[in-house]
Design a protein around this ligand. Structure first.
Ligand code: IMP
Ligand code: MG
Length: 173
């Protein structure tokens, strides 16, 4: 297998840190409950681990699905979203979670759809960020686990040509 970029140990401790900060920030803004909207499939591990470490808030969770890659490693630029969150969004404090922000096209599209549902507040959280590749119109993420270089990575929910989501570490393809 290829080289490990971020080990499971580092992921675990960073996820706990993020969850603590998120819990504290939402609580400080007066929230008692939050609605988590996470992006399938890539954020499956991250969203599960992050949510498990959120304290002092009631949590609802639902996923939305999006794809622009298929079996490619370069974004097709066309983002297909299927959005049908079955949890409250209007007037709620919402946390959007995805595995990685790269160009930012995917999150921009999805955040636009969530905003139309009029949440009371909306914060965005990504495990990984490739800032060098960001498009000018991208959103500015509120929480990022790790800044990484322009490499294609997989593991811990992320796939490379549909394989590797189950791996506990993040590896370079
Ligand atoms: P963006 O729209 O360019 O920001 O791309 C975001 C989406 O592309 C993420 O939700 C991932 O699904 C996917 N993606 C971007 N970079 C990688 C990578 O290095 N490995 C796996 N998936 C990636
Ligand atoms: Mg994705």
């Amino acid at each position: 297998m290829s080289e490990i970029l971020i080990s499971r140990t580092k992921i675990n401790s960073r996820v706990k840190e993020l969850a603590e900060r998120i819990s504290a920030d939402f609580s400080a803004s007066g929230a008692e409950k939050i609605s988590i909207i996470w992006v399938a499939n890539g954020a499956v591990m991250f969203a599960a681990d992050l949510a498990r470490n959120i304290k002092n808030l009631a949590v609802s969770m639902d996923c939305i699905k999006c794809s622009s890659y298929g079996e490619q490693t370069i974004s097709s630029g066309r983002v297909q979203t299927s959005f049908s969150a079955q949890i409250p969004v209007r007037g709620e404090h919402v946390l959007f979670i995805d595995d990685i922000i790269d160009t930012g096209n995917t999150s921009k599209e999805m955040i636009g759809k969530i905003k139309k549902l009029r949440p009371k507040s909306l914060k965005t959280c990504f495990l990984l960020s490739k800032e060098a590749r960001r498009s000018a119109k991208a959103i500015k993420p509120d929480y990022v686990g790790f800044e990484i270089p322009d490499l294609f990575v997989y593991g811990y929910g992320l796939d490379a040509k549909l394989i590797g989501r189950n791996l506990p570490d993040i590896r370079v393809m």
